[in-house]
Design a protein around this ligand. Structure first.
Ligand code: ZN
Length: 164
């Protein structure tokens, strides 16, 4: 009888130990699951309106990561009248000179085929109420220029893109 009680106590102890270790495991796994890996993508949203303006003239992103950029047209005017795109130019490309060439490239939404090599990344051309998203690798650390290449817009719709 004594032996039986002993066994029972032992079994109960074992069960309790099991339960306890489960609880411990659950507690320990919590902080692990809360550790969020550094995102490999930087999300940027920039908007353009019917007043021919971007809502920012400076965008900063970390080097070595992907950039997910969304361009939102918050206006109401059609693409043909107030189209916007976001064009990131390679270093050394004169934005106004590029825009001059882009003006003649209506058929390719103002990204001239002969100047594609001057562009790091660009969005589609959109009209009021639309949005478009692109993903590209952040170029090496430095300062870059962006414009909207719709005819007549680059004087107002421009800014710097800083990679650091
Ligand atoms: Zn524009």
């Amino acid at each position: 009888m004594k032996k039986l009680i002993y066994s029972f106590v032992l079994a109960a102890f074992f069960l309790a130990a099991c339960k306890n270790s489960n609880t411990t495991a659950t507690t320990e796994s919590k902080p692990t699951s809360e550790v969020v890996a550094a995102p490999s993508e930087t999300e940027i949203t920039i908007s353009g309106d019917d007043q021919m303006k971007f809502d920012t003239d400076a965008i900063t992103v970390p080097a070595g990561k992907k950039v997910k950029l969304t361009l939102v047209h918050t206006g109401k005017l059609a693409k043909e009248a107030m189209g916007h795109n976001w064009v990131l130019l390679k270093p050394g490309i004169d934005p106004q000179e590029f825009a001059g060439a882009a003006m003649k490239a209506k058929e390719s939404d103002y990204i001239p085929e002969s100047r594609v090599g001057d562009v790091i990344a660009h969005t589609d051309l959109i009209g009021g109420g639309e949005s478009t998203t692109i993903t590209f690798d952040a170029p090496e650390a430095g300062m870059y220029e962006f414009i909207c290449s719709f005819p007549g817009h680059s004087g107002m719709m421009k800014g710097v893109f800083i990679v650091e």
